[in-house]
Design a protein around this ligand. Sequence first.
Ligand code: AMP
Ligand code: MG
Length: 403
Amino acid sequence: MRGFSARATVEAALAWIDAHARRLGPETAALDALHGRVLAADLHAAIDVPPFDRSAMDGYALRGAETDGAGEYNPLSFAIAGQALPGRPFEGTVAPGCAVRIMTGAPLPAGADAVVPAEYATERDGRVEVTAPLAPGRHVGRRAEDVAAGALLLAAGRRLRAQDVGLIASVGLDRAAVVRRPAVRIVVTGDELAVPGTAKGLHQIYDANSSMLHGLVCRDGGLSAPMLRVADRAESIREAIVAPGVDVVLVSGGSSVGSEDHAPGILAQAGELAVHGVAMRPSSPAGFGRVGGTLVFLLPGNPVSCLCAYDFFAGRALRILGGRAPAWPHAVRRAVLTRKIASQVGRVDYCRVRLGDDGAEPLALSGASILSSTTRADGFVIVPGDSEGQAAGTAVDVYLYEP
Ligand code: AMP
Ligand code: MG
């Protein structure tokens, strides 16, 4: 065993990821699978929406100019020539002095240019009395007022909201080209690990990291391949790392310099170990690199380190591959520290904090094995490498765990 001789800065580690993670190519997804996906190409509308002028109210379609002077004390009377319903238009032309009963969404009949809402109209014996003046165009939804044929509907790179998918459907499309989701293999190492839900031996602990990583991968738009739990044997770990078929491999545990820490040597031999050891706390024994086109992240086994190393490095890579914004996906809240956070120049700290009425209370800086420090916390504060810490009363950005 030998300790780390030097540790990469977080900045240098992120720079390697930004230089080596590339957006994946496109695939086609059906309408109902588009929510949350990232558009791979600009989408243009082929048709107008709405495709015809239509009524925006239940009422009477007529020539607006003919209602000039109408009022409570001067009702104007029109002959009812028929009716227009959504999907069942009035086929004729509305002649002068006439009106057509019309419902919201029905095509505006030829000849008419305005709709009198039902509240300003009283129907009796085949005629309607109108008690308000209507300018031409009133209560009419114009053809193409929502989307014009040929217009840019949504731009490449857009992460689709539910209403974006609705808009795509509204122009008649049933699919779109989206960025492929990164396929991720989670490899969990550790002879001491037992599978949750099974009986365990006295000196075993339950595997907390694989389920946690699965959730993080889903959050960042990745597709988890079936997870692999492997023993601390170089050959098993090598097979799990080099097996083809995924864009990213996450290895939990065995990332450091102990006698059972096989993964760094395997990665160096099979491909490239670009970073091993990072000047941060927790997660300093993290590493990463690549085998062919696959990015491989070595995440320390201590659960808080595993979470933190994933969030700093692997998550960013996944988001870049999937075409998302690389930055932290957490919501940020500005808060004042209730106590100081001590740090060291040259080291980035990931400090769990709880938000209260007085501000952000630091809970834990060390204790990489205490996963409950992250469940009691509302979020975390990052103390940058060039800082000796943050004094009580300093306003800081709190990254919230809750989306
Ligand atoms: P390692 O990085 O493999 O040296 O593990 C560091 C510490 O994290 C040890 O105490 C392990 O028992 C623990 N650990 C490793 N993997 C897991 C896991 N999947 N779930 C919970 N604890 C783990
Ligand atoms: Mg281990």
